[in-house]
Design a binder for this molecule. Structure first.
Ligand code: SF4
Ligand code: FE
Length: 467
């Protein structure tokens, strides 16, 4: 298992094509908009070497017969799924942001199931690839969301809006298209490309799941902007060490050798992959989001203490509500994991109903926590001058009466970071749209709600005959 430093060194060996604000960046690790995101991923490597967290951060792999970082591990038991959520909560607390490695983890598990359903050859290819990923402890980015274009049209009617196969060669395929919202792509070693929606007969060219090295010829990355991202690397960032990352990844005629092609026209297996992935990732949010909210609640508690109001009943009441909402999300992530069932491929799958209810709460409750945080922290959260002003000999004495102590200034900046700065990306919009939008979750809830069972018990209680 790699250390955080080994991970960072391995990133330096890549030659990625990364663009930031219209400029090609050759040394991403030194860039202030990339470095904090690399630090957040590095935390996933560091934790595996922390004896206090060994139990949740590592697992024993039956593919390599060695311990591996949990982020490249297969979900071989209910315990694996529960520990995943506990690990995500811990890392959400440590980094206070998105640590970017879960999409790959959830995707490799989903593809293990999907390739099993696709047949012996795809599955053997995938297992061979996964074994190497485990041996090198790689960071895998999962690429699903296509541009989608006109939502009324199918992929075949607007192929340019979807990643697809554009050429077949004896030794592989050539893919073209763009994937959006790619969490941590510029900090990864490989990209697992997968379809983002179920596909029908005639859409086989879009039914491609494959692995692509981040620096394969033709892979172009464009860094997404985040609120206040020009502050990154400064005290005014709020979170002074970590940040998340999303990237637009273009596949500009990228050749993929056959050994790295896992699904190719397997329409039923694509649906199996989507079912498994959405379940896994929707339960994942029951880990990382509560972890981030812990840090926000801690910042608000500190502001309240420094304001001298931490025991005021109205303040306590709101603080308690923030905890209640946070633990509700976490409880659902854990419950979906505890209620898991075994798939024939030998992996355990989360309870789909509870996982989707989990993300449904994620699309709502953090917004209420953020509202309460803004209520308690006060207007200075969005009007406070720079911490550089507070350190200035002429301005410092003036601002001392505005910001209070330097700690209070930093805590207010951290609240700002979570509520409307770069930290609001994982805590707000991603809560709404990550792992699929709320309507997609409600469709799954409808499918798994056991309506007939509910009617049956109601009729029995009312003394009516069964129908
Ligand atoms: Fe992991 Fe959460 Fe980031 Fe998704 S949003 S990659 S689950 S930390
Ligand atoms: Fe996500």
């Amino acid at each position: 298992m790699n250390t955080a430093e080994q991970y960072k060194d391995s990133l330096r060996a890549r030659k990625i094509e990364l663009w930031i604000d219209g400029v090609r960046v050759d040394e991403p690790l030194a860039h202030p908009k990339v470095a904090p995101a690399v630090e957040a991923v590095a935390a996933t490597y560091a934790l595996a070497h922390d004896p206090a967290h060994h139990g949740i951060a590592t697992a024993f792999s039956d593919l390599t017969s060695r311990p591996v970082n949990r982020f490249v591990h297969l979900f071989r038991s209910t315990d694996d799924l529960v520990k995943k959520v506990l690990l995500q909560r811990e890392l959400g607390r440590i980094t206070g942001t998105c640590f970017q490695r879960c999409v790959g983890m959830d995707a490799l598990n989903a593809l293990f199931i999907a390739t099993f359903e696709a047949g012996d050859v795809p599955h053997a290819r995938f297992v061979r690839w996964l074994r190497e990923v485990q041996q090198h402890d790689e960071m895998v980015c999962g690429a699903m969301t296509d541009a989608k274009g006109d939502r009324r049209k199918r992929p075949a009617e607007q192929p340019e809006s979807f990643v697809r196969i554009v050429e077949r060669r004896p030794d592989g395929v050539v893919i073209r298209g763009v994937k959006l919202h790619q969490t941590g792509a510029a900090n990864a070693h490989q990209i697992l490309v997968m379809p983002g929606q179920a596909l029908r007969t005639g859409e086989e060219a879009f039914a491609i799941a494959c692995a692509v090295p981040v620096d394969a010829p033709g892979v172009v990355m464009i860094l997404g902007r985040q609120p206040s991202d020009d502050r990154k690397g400064t005290p005014d960032a709020g979170n002074v060490r970590y940040s998340g990352q999303q990237v637009v990844v273009a596949f500009d005629d990228v050749f993929v050798p056959s050994a790295n092609v896992f699904l190719d026209g397997h329409l039923a297996a694509v649906s199996a992959m989507l079912d498994a992935f959405t379940g896994y990732h929707r339960a994942s949010y029951g880990g990382c989001k509560p972890g981030n909210l812990d840090a926000l609640i801690g910042a608000v508690a500190e502001v309240a203490r420094l304001n001298g109001v931490e025991r005021t009943p109205a303040v306590r009441e709101k603080m308690i509500e923030m905890v209640h909402l946070t633990e509700t999300i976490h409880g659902l992530g854990l419950a979906a994991s505890h209620k898991s069932t075994r798939h024939a491929a030998g992996l355990w799958r989360v309870d789909a109903l509870l996982a989707n209810v989990c993300t449904q709460t994620v699309s709502r409750l953090p917004y209420e926590v953020v509202r309460l945080a803004e209520d308690l922290a006060g207007g200075l959260v969005s009007t406070m001058p720079s911490l550089a002003d507070a350190a200035h000999p002429r301005l410092g004495p003036i601002l001392a009466n505005v910001m209070g102590s330097p700690e209070r200034g930093r805590m207010l900046r951290l609240v700002e970071w979570f509520t409307s700065g770069a930290g609001s990306v994982p805590l707000r919009i991603e809560c709404m749209h990550g792992a699929g939008s709320p309507m997609a979750q409600r469709i799954v809830i409808d499918r798994h709600a056991d309506w007939a069972g509910k009617v049956r018990v109601a009729r029995r209680l009312a003394g009516l005959p069964e129908v």
